[in-house]
Design a protein around this ligand. Structure first.
Ligand SMILES: NC(=O)c1ccc[n+]([C@@H]2O[C@H](COP(=O)([O-])OP(=O)(O)OC[C@H]3O[C@@H](n4cnc5c(N)ncnc54)[C@H](OP(=O)(O)O)[C@@H]3O)[C@@H](O)[C@H]2O)c1
Length: 277
């Protein structure tokens, strides 16, 4: 008989996190993180789910969430760091406050939360939903790319240094059809308004709308998460989707050649977007 496992997951109210929650909560105990209580009404039908409040921008809430989990269990099999958002815009104009917020939500909060839960993770796994953006190739979303790269570097070292056989796995999805895309337009309206970068920003917005509808089904990410979670010797990193695999390969090119390809690709896409209008 399969053993009931204990999971902790942040960002469980939407998209990838919610899909993982639905899949895992049938046979396991899940501590599921939310920041908006309106969004957890549909969880209550399942007694395996233990909701906890966490806002990745509020350090007290991270501390309290970890304390709450520690008061309820002595062991976590897998910690899934999923919560995330996108800060977009041209680097020469974006405010430092916005960039700090990006790192707060996508990087520092996850490390803070994980450090607090490490005593419960002996011999367990940490699975982070990173992104193909971690390969650092997308102009106008550099804060997002940098936050995911930093997340991967910090957690990879954590796993290398740790003495308690904790395995770290970075999942790097390509474009997945989730509400992240429309949220990223909504949350970056001001940054995407600037006239200097009008054509690029318009392309970015149209591309986000397309990805929300035509991106890969969220189940593809869930399947890879399940595969990594059940593997005795999981890989340190998994891409999800052909786009992510292509980006991984392309990232090995010398930077000046890669930059030429990215510039040309962006030019073609912006032109195509303008013609579609
Ligand atoms: N969709 C993609 O194409 C894609 C590709 C690669 C990687 N990813 C990564 O996958 C992860 C999940 O994204 P998704 O696509 O499933 O997007 P999503 O549907 O927008 O889900 C994001 C989750 O994170 C939560 N969250 C956002 N900011 C938070 C904060 N400050 N404090 C606490 N929770 C917060 C959201 O809560 P609310 O429900 O309250 O908003 C939601 O539960 C993210 O880390 C994202 O970077 C996504």
């Amino acid at each position: 008989m399969k053993r009931t496992k204990t999971y902790v997951i942040t960002g469980a109210t939407s998209g990838i996190g919610y899909a993982i929650l639905q899949k895992l909560s049938k046979d396991n105990i899940i501590f599921a993180g939310y920041r908006n209580s309106d969004k957890i009404q549909n969880w209550e039908i399942n007694k395996n789910i233990i909701p906890f409040y966490i806002d990745m921008e509020i350090s007290d809430s991270i501390k309290n969430a970890a304390e709450f989990i520690k008061s309820k269990t002595k062991k976590i099999d897998t910690l899934l760091n999923v919560a995330g958002c996108v800060v977009a815009g041209a680097v020469e104009e974006i405010s430092i406050e916005d960039i700090k917020r990006q790192f707060e939500v996508n990087t520092f909060s996850h490390l803070d939360f994980t450090q607090r839960l490490l005593p419960l993770l002996d011999g367990g796994k940490i699975i982070n939903i990173s992104s193909m953006a971690s390969y650092g190739m997308f102009p106008f979303v550099a804060p997002y790319c940098a936050s995911k790269r930093a997340l991967d570097i910090l957690f990879n070292s954590l796993a290398l240094e740790n003495k308690n056989n904790i395995k770290y796995i970075s999942i790097k999805p390509g474009a997945i059809a989730t509400p992240l895309w429309s949220k990223s337009i909504e949350n970056n309206r001001e940054n995407l308004k600037n006239d200097n970068f009008n054509a690029a920003h318009n392309y970015l917005i149209q591309n986000a709308l397309k990805n929300e509808k035509k991106g890969l089904n969220v189940k593809k990410v869930v399947n890879i998460v399940l595969k990594a979670d059940s593997a005795k010797n999981p890989k340190a990193s998994y891409t999800v989707g052909y786009d992510a695999f292509f980006v991984k390969i392309a990232s090995r090119l010398p930077q000046n050649i890669l930059n030429k390809i990215i510039k040309l690709g962006l030019k073609i896409k912006i032109k195509g977007n303008d013609n579609d209008k």
